[in-house]
Ligand binder design. Structure first.
Ligand code: HEM
Ligand SMILES: *[C@@H]1O[C@H](CO)[C@@H](O)[C@H](O)[C@H]1NC(C)=O
Ligand SMILES: *[C@@H]1O[C@H](CO)[C@@H](O)[C@H](O)[C@H]1NC(C)=O
Length: 580
């Protein structure tokens, strides 16, 4: 008996060695069988009674539907529409199920709670000890975005956030105005000098925002406007990570899927060409970041308290680090990690939002004229110049944030509401939690609940796009671009107690976007500069839609040679006296 068991064991081992892939495959099949057939019986879902769409596929859940879109037939009119695009399918489920909470079917019987009820969202966002990023997501973000504050929760997050917050206050943003203005003027000069009337604002804004975040973020000249995205070693390295990160070949998709199921940290193993490239470029970024930190430290120590002309976020961070209590400080490596984070968090988000703002203005000429007239009055009153004489360099922080310009705030809020660069954000409950609900949820057995019990280990999605389009919060015409709505929102909007800026695109709570004011300030400066010099209109025959890359970007759907990134618009040059 014993020997035969040992023999079998031996035989099994040698078979395994001879057939590594087959063995792995067998294990996988066993594991999947467990997940598919046994686990749902052993541990039934605690959310069986919650609203949910019909599961499209047992193995793939609703992920393929989400990626490819689905055709919806309106029950009353019978018209068929294709629902597709970032965040659209989940928004559609929430709207047709009439619920602020529903179960989104995941691969292999998994589930995510998609949440768009403001009370529940506010409770999740304010409790970052209970609702943290799951291990797979943190590992991917850390791999791509760098080892910075975005991946931190709990005490580690509180410490970093406390040190970083001073750099983002209005007092310090004032000092960054010259950087915003310099690049706004340069961008407009360059657009003015180019031939023709068709301008790809997507491209111009990308390189301009890259230059701004480089200089304003950490005193580094990316030279992107002058020489393109690869204009400097850092921006070139950054660009390659960015490219590699959205390379979702089938191999990489399987790799990620298996990592998710078996061992999240494996998602960064160098099993794909993309991962090997990211790994390699990350080493370059680390080296440059460390030398930027060393230099910033040296100059902060040399300049002393007033920092001389060093106003960038990194110098301020180094300064608060040096004056912080012993337990509060960050290592050089932790500070270097924030550089890559600033670039990832701060450049594309602001660039695409400014692109979308121009997109909406190009499609709504009365809104564009109204805004231009308001800007004209403001610069006349506050600066004593006409639009023709205006250069961005004349604008102070208080000018772009003055009350008279509130219409521009509403245009940006409306743009961010309709085109959130990050349409959803996943968290995992580290313990059981009870979430309040603004609107009771109807269960399948007819009962309704006004509190949602979330079990430890459950995944929730913060349905940013879904809640941003909620008709009860934003009015019946919530699908339309109408900045005036922010002057007169439904009472439910006030009751819902939304985060600052009245929508969820910067999320909310202690882990909300730390750069929101920074972003709004630079976007305002750029938009004022563009509108003072150009009238923008739609390029005839082009359809531009939201498209999921690392963040959501604009994409021309019917360009002659297939879909293409960018925001091509038509410009008319307005009379302008260049003062440079
Ligand atoms: C329109 C522009 C922007 C939008 C829509 C935006 C949106 C967001 C969102 C949704 C998050 C949460 C991400 C998550 O938890 O996974 C976030 C976090 C963050 N953002 Fe922004 N962002 C913008 C601009 C900026 C800028 C310009 C900077 C820096 C200069 C910046 C720095 C950060 C940082 C450091 C975090 C992490 C905060 C933390 O974990 O405590 N963002 N942003
Ligand atoms: C931050 O403070 C710590 C502790 O004094 C120090 O070791 C580290 O070098 C500082 N980092 C920077 C970039 O100033
Ligand atoms: C692109 O799509 C728009 C809107 O669907 C349509 O009006 C236009 O004719 C299309 N242009 C081309 C070149 O196909």
């Amino acid at each position: 008996m014993v020997t035969s068991a040992a023999l079998n064991h031996e035989a099994l081992l040698s078979w395994t060695r001879a057939h590594p892939f087959a063995s792995l495959f067998t294990l996988l099949v066993l594991y999947i069988t467990y997940k598919l057939a046994l686990r749902p019986i052993l541990f039934p879902s605690p959310y069986l009674l919650l609203p949910r769409p019909v599961r499209a596929s047992y193995i793939l859940g609703q992920r393929v539907v989400e990626a490819k879109g689905s055709t919806f037939t309106d029950p009353t009119t019978g018209t068929r529409t294709l629902i597709s695009g970032p965040g659209e399918v989940t928004k559609h489920y929430a709207q047709t199920l009439h619920t602020g909470v529903f179960v989104f079917p995941e691969p292999f019987g998994g589930e995510t709670l998609h949440i768009s009820d403001p009370y529940a969202l506010n409770a999740i966002l304010s409790d970052i000890d209970t609702f943290q990023s799951d291990l797979l997501r943190s590992t991917i973000i850390e791999f791509i975005v760098g080892n910075g504050i975005v991946t931190r929760y709990g005490d580690a997050h509180r410490k970093q956030r406390r040190l970083m917050a001073p750099a983002f206050t209005p007092a310090h943003l004032k000092g960054l105005m010259p950087v915003f203005a310099k690049y706004a003027d340069r961008m407009c000069d360059k657009i003015d000098r180019q031939d023709g009337e068709r301008v790809d604002f997507g491209e111009y804004l990308d390189v301009t925002m890259l230059d701004i975040i480089g200089l304003a973020g950490f005193g580094y000249d990316c030279r992107a406007l002058e020489r393109g995205r690869d204009g400097s070693e850092l921006s070139s390295a950054f660009n390659s990570v960015n490219q590699a990160a959205i390379d979702f070949g089938i191999g990489r998709a399987i790799h990620l899927g298996l990592s998710a199921m078996l061992y999240p940290k494996a998602c960064k193993w160098p099993l794909s060409e993309a991962n090997r490239r990211i790994e390699k470029v990350n080493r370059v970024m680390d080296r440059i970041s460390m030398s930027i930190v060393k230099e910033a430290k040296r100059s902060v120590v040399a300049e002393g308290e007033d920092l001389g002309d060093k106003k960038d976020l990194l110098s301020l961070l180094v300064k608060s680090n040096l004056s912080a209590g012993a337990g509060e400080r960050m290592t050089d490596r932790e500070i270097a990690g924030q550089i890559q984070t600033f670039m990832f968090a701060g450049y594309e988000t602001s660039s695409v939002t400014t692109s979308w703002a121009l997109y909406f203005l190009s499609r709504h000429s009365t809104i564009q004229s109204k805004l231009r007239r308001i800007i004209e009055e403001v610069v006349k009153d506050r600066k004593g110049v006409s639009l023709e004489e205006l250069s961005a360099g004349m604008l102070d922080y208080d000018d772009v944030w003055c009350d008279e310009l509130r219409y521009l705030d509403h245009i940006l809020a409306e743009t961010l509401r309709l085109c959130p660069p990050v349409p959803g954000n996943d968290r995992e409950a580290t313990s059981d939690a009870v979430l309040p609900l603004m609107t009771p949820v109807q269960l399948k057995d007819g009962r309704s609940i006004d509190k949602l019990v979330v079990k430890k280990g459950s995944r929730v999605t913060i349905g940013i796009k879904t809640v941003n389009y909620d008709r009860r919060l934003f009015g019946e015409d919530a699908n339309e671009f109408r900045p005036e709505r922010f002057e007169d929102l439904p009472q439910a909007h006030a009751d819902a107690k939304l985060p600052p800026y009245a929508m969820y695109s910067f999320v909310g709570g202690p882990k909300s976007c730390i750069g929101s004011k920074f972003a709004l300030t630079e976007m305002k400066v750029l938009l004022i500069a563009v509108l003072a010099r150009f009238e923008v209109s739609a390029e005839p025959g082009l359809e531009i839609r939201q498209h999921q890359a690392l963040i959501v970007r604009p994409r021309v759907e019917n360009a002659t040679d297939g879909p293409a990134a960018g925001m091509p618009l038509r410009i008319k040059r307005l009379p302008h006296k260049t003062t440079l």
